[in-house]
Write a protein that binds this ligand. Structure first.
Ligand SMILES: Nc1ncnc2c1ncn2[C@@H]1O[C@H](COP(=O)(O)OP(=O)(O)OP(=O)(O)O)[C@@H](O)[C@H]1O
Length: 311
């Protein structure tokens, strides 16, 4: 669990983070969104003491991070940034092994962990282990950056626009891989993103920042349905609201008894994809694998925020 209490950062006369308090329960994901310069990165970097707060404090697992030596703290906290930040003269394997080696893991365990992570990120160890970062594509470098952050199985992972440079397809895949991994390991994750879609699909809660202030910190459905201020409403993008709401909900939450013709969809499909299928193929209802149907009517109601429960 991460508890941020009245955190403030001032540079000379300018307050770039102002009295921010929020907590992220163990195993949950907080997504930080806001305009450029709103203080997201500064807030993130105060968690692992890359930036020292002017006032306030951060607790991880109940321990005040200011009492922990920064280098030891950073071995416990994974950190992945846009543009990956890999060491250019070290191989992929050496990069990923950085923290496990600092923690003096036995060499055979380090090697096994590197291969495990490369496999997980769909980079064949035999082909990629000994390459230097410049011998990888941008997307591959970014995946290695995330693998490195995860190498020592940190309890907390901080990510600053980790998928910023990826194309939409690889990005969606990287996000779902990260989510699966995070759920499996129970990692507590704070991720800075400019992409509202990413915040909605990854965040258990979204923190909206503006000019150093935290304007709202709430589950995605709450932010979408009840934005706290006009700024939050604008940031979400009013026109995208129905689609974000649909993305949040699996078809399984909207299933009702009934019969429909045509190919069935999986219950885990998002309501957004189900609506796209209805619209594209002119269907009023879709059978759902395992029984029942989802109707166009229910999908439209849900898009207006009046349908069944959202995550
Ligand atoms: N070391 C520093 N000295 C002085 N000002 C700084 C320093 N680091 C950041 N700032 C200022 O603090 C403000 C917040 O910066 P920060 O990087 O946290 O914003 P951000 O929300 O992450 O922005 P972006 O989305 O563009 O990355 C900016 O106005 C920035 O210029």
């Amino acid at each position: 669990m991460i508890e941020i209490e009245h955190l403030t950062k001032r540079y000379d006369d300018t307050e770039v983070v102002s009295d921010v308090s929020l907590s992220v329960p163990k195993g949950k994901i907080a997504a930080l969104v806001g305009t450029s310069g709103s203080g997201k990165t500064t807030l993130l970097r105060m968690i692992n003491r890359l930036v020292e707060p002017t006032s306030g404090r951060v607790l991880i697992g109940g321990v005040d991070v200011s009492t922990m030596p920064p280098h030891l703290l950073r071995r416990r906290i994974g950190y992945a940034i846009q543009g990956h930040g890999l060491f250019p003269h070290r191989t992929v394997a050496q990069n990923i092994a950085t923290v496990p080696r600092l923690l003096k893991w036995p060499e055979d365990q380090v090697r096994a962990r590197v291969d495990e992570l490369l496999n997980l990120f769909q980079l064949d160890p035999a082909r990629f282990r000994d390459r230097l970062p410049h011998e990888l594509s941008g997307g591959q470098q970014q995946r290695v950056g995330v693998a490195r952050a995860l190498a020592a199985r940190p309890e907390v992972l901080l990510m600053d626009e980790p998928f910023g440079a990826l194309d939409p397809l690889i990005r969606a895949k990287a996000q779902s891989d990260l989510l699966a991994l995070q759920r499996q390991l129970g990692t507590t994750l704070v991720i800075v993103t400019h992409d509202m879609e990413e915040a909605v699909s990854l965040g258990d809660r979204i923190a909206v920042m503006d000019k150093g202030h935290l304007l709202q910190y709430a589950p995605p459905a709450e932010i979408l349905k009840n934005p706290a201020t006009d700024f939050v409403r604008e940031l979400i993008g009013q026109d995208q609201r129905p689609f974000h709401l649909l993305s949040l909900t699996p078809v399984s939450a909207l299933v009702r008894p009934g019969e429909a013709t045509g190919p069935a969809i999986a219950p885990g499909t998002s309501a957004r994809d189900a609506l796209a299928e209805c619209l594209w193929n002119g269907r009023d209802a879709l059978p759902v694998e395992g029984g029942g149907i989802v109707t166009l009517d229910d999908l439209l109601k849900h898009a207006r925020g009046t349908g069944a429960a959202t995550r």
